[in-house]
Design a protein. Sequence first.
Length: 724
Amino acid sequence: MKETAAMTFTARTATSLAALAAATLGAGAASAQEMAFNRIASFATTGNSPEAEETSAEIIAASEDGMTLIYTDSPAGVVGLIDITDPANPAPLGQVEMDGGEPTSVAVFGGVAYIGVNTSESYTAPSGFLMALDMETEEEIARCDLGGQPDSIAASKDGAFIAVAIENERDEDLGDGRVGQMPAGDLVLVNTAENGLDCDSLSRVDVTGLSDIAPEDPEPEFVDINDAGEIVMTMQENNWLVVVSADGEVLNSFSAGTVDLTEIDATEDDAFSFTESLTDIPREPDAVNWIDNDHFATANEGDMDGGSRGWSIFHKDGTLVYDSGNSFEHALIEIGHYPEGRSENKGVEPESIEFGTFNGTPMVFVGSERGSVVGVYDVTDPAAPVLAQLLPSGIGPEGYVVIPERNLLISANETDLGPDGGIRAHVMIFEYQEAPAAYPMLTSAGSEELIGWGAISGMVGDGSTIYAVNDSFYAGSPMIYTIDTTTTPATITDALPIQFGDHMLDQEGITLDGEGGFWVASEGKLEEGFYNAFYHVSATGEILEEVRLPEELEAVQTNSGFEGVTMVGGVLWGAQQRPWEDDAENTVKLISYDTATGEWGAVAYPLEAAETGWIGLSEIVAHGDYVYLIERDNQIGADVAVKQVTRVALSEMQPVPLGEDYPVVTKEVVYDIAPDLLQLNGYAQDKVEGLAFTEDGTMWISTDNDGVDDHSGETLFWSVELPM
């Protein structure tokens, strides 16, 4: 069953139109008919596990009344509970230990949570059990031995039985990670009972011998049950789907097929290059969810051999009704969420899928594990889904639950970057509301060519246009982006490649040269061959001149170098991020270079004292009678202390020769950025790195999304009217 993107989708046109539709949502005031999902709260799993080194939120479900969430936390060996009586203010309800096992999935019916728990000692001796947990008392009320490793569970709509996909996963270090590896998995059905579970009713559905790939080792992955009690199950590595009746009869089984992909980046080289193609890529679906009693949607994450970077809708008779081709990935590229570091693997990796009807509209929610985005699709016509929105999630969205009667969508995000200053795993709550879409704030949708972007650092304004650069995360494709600030969201209309040749660039600042070109500041990374330097770049991207630091500064520099550049009367000013060996405590240099005479100089800038981590500069921009700077700490979330815009009068910017006692300038704090970092009800980001002024005096601020590497990919790009 081979499908090309062109057969079902004119990808560039359709994606752009969908993204433009989302942009239109954000552009004006909401009407009674205009609704959108917006994130209203984020709950860190450390709220239930404050002392844990690692936590996670993987699969998530809701109580029957929609007031309590329960999620699996495999690293901690617990399930966590959250009170969402007030969804904008979720509260911890604690956690329940899983008797030494790892919870893998959870489903709820009535007041009972059914939890699959993996207790396997090895790949060759898999084991696990199905637990029934009273959600009110948080007490175990029943347990059934499953005789294998449970991966996914689902409860029938009438609560009569539970379906469990027994994966018995393969050892990826054995035999090059190929199936088959014994023992084989299967599908387990267990009836519920007054005491939670009727273990005597447990039956097994043999699904060996069905697939074309390793039929002896089916590798069940994910299950869902429709209103008729029919079960659909994915067998991911086998690239296979099976439909089973409530009494265990195999009704149908068929291949998930393959896809031909064009206009993708299949090479991991720190550069965007959406010009490659892949053929005959197995979909290898992970999550599956019924849309109605005849159709189900799959998230085609891939695993052993495949990964089509998209999602599909199938009829239960095996007919492919829709495939997204490259369009889902393209939509993520346009909002800066493409994980270039996964190009040689499976791109944005759609892993999760959910379905719900909101305000009469049937919707499919597609989660990109690597892009950390939730795609919202109107599936009124299953053969022609329409992308309505892209929502920013936490890092690594793994599971979803919908509560349509409360207009809520909840995502569970599994990635935890640890207790030492990293973002923790989160549960995020979205509400379908009469309000414009708040995200994205910056997009390249609508351009004639597909423009990939990310890791925005320095900026400079020119009229209503802003020019921005990416940093060395994309060392293979240093770019100058042109941003139109008159649209909502702001739009990247062009990307100018810098012809870097043998130069190593870590672009952290940009300013206009007054002649149609630019000066770019590159931050030094001494051990990697990057210099702290100014580069003169033409309007066509050619490097006209490299200006390295003089020897006396190169001798004392560290890896925390230039983090911005601006020009005042022919003199370049570079902001030094953190102190070098010759700087007084809690000061950094603002370094000047006269482009006419070649003379160097500096003044000293006073930094706030850091209680945790460090504080430094990340931007410098001349505007009016001042230079404006971003001064920030390196803290994230609740630990944020200093994220601010300051300014120094130009009259104080009087450099002295290098090596002398640098005069300490007087700074004025003019704007506290920290509250703005929570405007999307997520967590406060670290890297506020871009600052620019348009000709009307509006100040624009942006964040660096680290190329979606250990980052949710969110880019905040917003304007501020400074008080006079």
